[in-house]
Design a protein around this ligand. Structure first.
Ligand code: F6P
Length: 320
């Protein structure tokens, strides 16, 4: 292999820049030329490539977002879109593609590999941490710390006013962020899509706490909880128990900001590992890290297998 390309796809995650940097520098280190593709698969289709030199990735390790920009591409879901993407890669003689993103992005990459024999390696980067084959995804640690900081602040005002708060965090189909910040922030309950939400039980728990003189109560809800979003849950809680609550939706603030040390280091390791995986013919795979060891699992595992929540964290969230 002589020429690679790298892109970021799907929801951005803090640490994507650190990963681009490591990918580019490892590529140069192994004597390769590397393109950056702007706006994810949209840029592949629109031929939006730029050569990345080592100096182009200076001073980005600490920056949130992605210098390559990202997108959710509907066109890449079509055969025509993928045909154009493959043709642009072939015209430029790109022999390997690094995709920094989440499960949807890897599914698209696998289609490109199957239909056009393009070597692909995925690097897990999403604040949701919902990818099988790695303990953590790039961006999760930063998002959790951002959300936790907000929850600590909400706790102050909740205690000052003896109020019940419902804090909504991201996670359309996964509760990893909610569970982590629920335990870390001492939430009274954590509502996530993976477990059945018992609103009656939550109401009696909160009422019991109030009757024992506890001044603040915080419920953390993942946006994809089956009982509804924070507003719907607040309404249902009031219907069941008469308890009124205040709502804080953290939203996209969780996706921004300077990556934590853990995310920068993980991103650096995985960007490096992705180039090595391509050169060693280990594609199609997703590189990850499990128990401090770099892993390479078949790319399809990342979107066909479901990562499990830590059962101990679930127990803690219910009992502490
Ligand atoms: O990338 C993951 C994620 O942040 C989810 O947690 C969230 O549901 C979704 O992206 C939001 O996506 P968008 O920014 O495209 O609305």
């Amino acid at each position: 292999m002589k020429k690679l390309a790298v892109l970021t796809s799907g929801g951005d995650a803090p640490g994507m820049n650190a990963c681009i940097r490591a990918t580019v520098r490892r590529a140069h280190n192994r004597g390769l030329f590397i393109f950056g593709v702007r706006k994810g698969y949209e840029g592949l289709i629109d031929n939006d490539f730029v050569e990345l030199k080592s100096s182009d990735v200076s001073n980005i390790i600490q920056r949130g977002g992605t210098i390559l920009h990202s997108a959710r591409s509907d066109r890449f879901l079509t055969e025509e879109g993928r045909a154009r993407a493959a043709s642009n890669l072939k015209k430029r003689k790109v022999e390997g593609l690094v995709i920094i993103g989440g499960d949807g992005s890897f599914r698209g990459a696998d289609a490109l590999r199957i239909e056009y024999a393009i070597p692909v390696v995925g690097v897990p980067a999403t604040i949701d941490n919902d990818l099988w084959g790695t303990d953590l995804t790039i961006g999760f640690d930063t998002a959790v710390n951002t959300a936790l900081d907000a929850i600590d602040k909400v706790r102050d005002t909740a205690a000052a006013h003896d109020r019940l708060f419902i804090v909504e965090v991201m996670g359309r189909s996964a509760g990893f962020i909610a569970l982590e910040v629920g335990v870390g922030g001492g939430a009274e309950a954590v509502l996530i899509p993976e477990t059945e939400t018992d609103l009656e039980g939550i109401c009696s728990k909160v009422k019991g706490r109030i009757s024992r003189g506890r001044t603040s109560n915080i419920l953390v809800v993942a946006e994809g909880d089956e009982a509804g979003n924070a507003f719907e849950i607040a309404r249902k809680i009031e219907d069941i128990s008469g308890l009124k609550s205040r709502i804080t939706v953290l939203g996209h603030v969780q996706r921004g900001g300077s990556p934590t040390a853990a995310d920068r280091v993980l991103a650096s390791k995985l960007g490096w590992a992705a180039v090595d995986a391509l050169l060693e013919g280990a594609w199609p795979c997703m590189v990850g890290e499990i128990n401090s060891e770099i892993t390479r699992y078949p790319l399809a595992d990342s979107w066909t297998k479901r990562k499990k929540l830590d059962p101990l964290l679930l127990t803690l969230s219910e009992n502490l």
